[in-house]
Design a protein around this ligand. Structure first.
Ligand SMILES: *Cc1c(COP(=O)(O)O)cnc(C)c1O
Length: 243
């Protein structure tokens, strides 16, 4: 038996406590709007966190992790070795990184233009099966923000859908910063409206279009109330980000 490491024990205790708190918030938010508690999936956003923290959170039962930077993510994947969680890419996609994304990730949540969809599709290794894709929508049409304009979502979706190595699962958004989490509810509701629109445009894909990735540590309750099926939580699980 290896000797127990008090520092590590303390870290694990903290992570466990935060995970319980976040899961309790998700469950309470579901109950408050009569949604089934299992209808919202938790994505642990592990940017800036070490592979030890990812491993600990994975061992506590979290099975999906989100990363914003490709090289940082790959280093963690390599450090984890055999037992890998499901990896979601949630950062802006540069075209020179699409090959690594196609090879090393299970989901890319931040597809926002046809060029990126084409490259991911061409570069997805056949033996990995189709890559799960979300279209990131710049829902508040902010000048500096990445994401597809709401008016262009159907055209981009049509492009993704016709590529056999991609599978379009839904939409992702980061709404404009607001004073209170409830202020983001109209933006979350608009994203849900866009997903409804895609289900009408592509009825043969209705069953696959099952994901609304919206809500973070500060506003997950508002997002769940408006229909989120995946919440992306960083600081709520891992504590304040260093650096
Ligand atoms: C960092 C990040 C999150 C998590 O934010 P927290 O406030 O730490 O929960 C979620 N989504 C994206 C796209 C991010 O970049």
């Amino acid at each position: 038996m290896p000797e127990s490491d008090p520092l590590n024990d303390r870290l694990n205790q903290q992570l466990k406590q935060r995970l319980q708190q976040v899961q309790a918030r998700i469950d309470a938010a579901c109950r408050a709007c009569d949604r089934a508690p299992g209808s919202v999936r938790l994505l642990a956003v592990s940017k800036t966190r070490g592979s030890d923290e990812v491993r600990a959170m994975h061992e506590l039962g979290v099975d999906a992790f989100g990363e914003n930077y490709v090289d940082e993510a790959v280093a963690k994947q390599d450090a984890l070795g055999g037992r890998q969680p499901e990896w979601h890419f949630i950062g802006p996609v540069q075209s020179n990184k699409t090959r690594t994304l196609a090879e090393r990730f299970d989901w890319v949540e931040s597809v926002d233009r046809i060029k990126i969809a084409r490259r991911l599709a061409d570069q997805r290794p056949a033996d990995r099966g189709p890559l799960n894709v979300l279209i990131q929508v710049n829902i508040d049409e902010e000048a500096q923000k990445s994401g597809c304009a709401p008016d262009d979502v159907v055209e981009l979706a049509a492009d993704v859908i016709q590529r056999p190595s991609l599978i379009l699962r839904g939409l992702m958004t980061i709404p404009a910063a607001t004073g209170s989490p409830d202020d983001a509810r109209p933006a979350f509701a608009r994203l849900r409206g866009l997903l409804d629109r895609l289900r009408e445009e592509f009825p043969e894909r209705r069953a696959e279009l099952d994901t609304l990735s919206m809500g973070m540590s500060a506003d997950l309750e508002a997002a769940i109330r408006e229909g989120a099926t995946l919440v992306r939580v960083g600081t709520g699980l891992f504590g304040p980000r260093h650096g």
